[in-house]
Design a protein around this ligand. Structure first.
Ligand SMILES: [Zn+2]
Ligand SMILES: [Zn+2]
Length: 375
């Protein structure tokens, strides 16, 4: 910034020893001449003039400027007295200096969202659902135009079709011109003298319709399916938004879903676990045999490939993970107890201290013990 500092005195066209009154006067004259409502091409110069005034009207900032410093580089540069933004607001309204004009009656409609509950089998294999959709649709009576049949919108008398009205207000800077959306036509620039009786002039009415939606296999809770142009119709006959169908998957009594894998638990009696067995499992694809090797333990898993949920974005399916839970018999009758005692004796498991302490990282502890024993 230093070295190419703007000479704010030159910007306002005043001498370096101008009095505060002279500075204010010069600014008023320039501001009226350069104000964007009068002179839209001069907005940049107007801002520069305003910046110059902000500095030169503040004794502290003026001194800094005279000494060659940058009054905008220090903290609180906009803080004292009134700020630059206050001045801009006074001229442009809070919305800033963007050029306005009549806003179109025709606008794009909003997107709509509906949720649909699906069973696990439906998210796995996909399903076609008939949904009841409640959205705004283009009014059939006026075709979205908003005027009752035979009539048509006409130019607003108040703003003469500009959609905004200019207002002159007095301020400490003198007369200031601001513009606001026209209240008579809500900024449209046109009024509808005889609004359509069906939609009240909005150009759309609410309607319930049924829509067939094809839901692909592999969706999950939170998946959104986008149906282009099936959302709310726009006001004034504008194009419709999109409809999003959000999936909510109901929980399944037997299968837990993790990504595209399914998990379930199979309980087997202790004797079957010791001898090995085959369990017929009712999967989403029908009954499937699961073979458990003799000696299978609680917590072991059997993996059935391609019986999980279909991948949404790639080929194939997840797996079905079967967790084994070995069930110890309870309520033994005398004969069963006798047999079990015999078995325990045969296996040398009938004394005390047949249980043993193990770490939960059993593999690690075994390897450690083996390493010690080998030394
Ligand atoms: Zn209508
Ligand atoms: Zn108007």
């Amino acid at each position: 910034m230093a070295g190419q500092q703007t000479d704010f005195y030159a910007v306002l066209g005043v001498s370096r020893d101008a009095s505060p009154e002279e500075i204010k006067k010069a600014y008023r004259r320039l501001a009226r001449q350069l104000h964007p409502d009068v002179n839209p091409d001069e907005e940049e110069r107007f801002k520069e003039v305003t910046k110059a005034y902000e500095v030169l009207s503040d004794p502290q900032k003026r001194e800094m400027h005279d000494l060659g410093g940058d009054p905008f580089s220090t903290g609180g540069g906009f803080g004292s007295g009134f700020g630059f933004s206050d001045i801009m607001d006074a001229f442009f309204g809070a919305g800033g200096g963007a050029s306005r004009g009549p806003r179109p009656r025709q606008r794009r409609g909003q997107d709509a969202l509906i949720r649909v509950d699906l069973e696990l089998s439906e998210t796995t294999f996909g399903v076609t659902r008939e949904l009841q959709v409640d959205t705004a649709v283009t009014c059939p009576t006026c075709n979205g135009g908003g005027a009752s049949p035979g009539s048509s919108p006409r130019t607003c008398d108040i703003c003469r079709g500009r959609g905004e009205v200019q207002q002159v207000t007095r301020s400490f800077l003198g007369q200031v011109m601001t513009s606001r959306p026209c209240a008579a036509c809500q900024g449209f620039g046109t009024v509808i003298p005889d609004p359509c009786h069906e939609c009240g002039g909005d150009g759309r009415v609410r309607s319930r319709r049924s829509l067939k939606v094809k839901i692909p296999p592999g969706v999950d809770t939170g998946t959104r399916i986008q149906l282009t142009g099936e959302g709310e119709s726009g006001p004034g006959g504008g194009p419709p938004g999109d409809l999003f169908v959000e999936i909510v998957e109901r929980s399944h009594p037997l299968f837990r879903r993790q990504g595209d894998d399914l998990h379930c638990t199979v309980q087997v009696p202790m004797t079957a676990a010791a001898l090995g067995t085959t369990v017929t499992l009712e999967t989403l694809d029908g009954p499937r045999p699961v073979t458990l090797r003799p000696g299978v333990q609680s917590g072991q898993t059997e993996i059935l490939t391609d019986l999980g949920v279909t991948h949404l974005r790639s080929a194939g399916r997840g797996e079905l993970v079967v967790h084994v839970e070995v069930v110890t018999p309870t309520r033994l009758d005398p004969e069963q107890e006798e047999l079990l005692r015999k078995l325990a004796a045969l296996r040398g498991e009938d004394g005390p201290d047949v249980g043993q302490l193990t770490g939960h990282q059993q593999g690690f502890f075994n390897r450690l013990r083996d390493a010690f024993n080998q030394r």
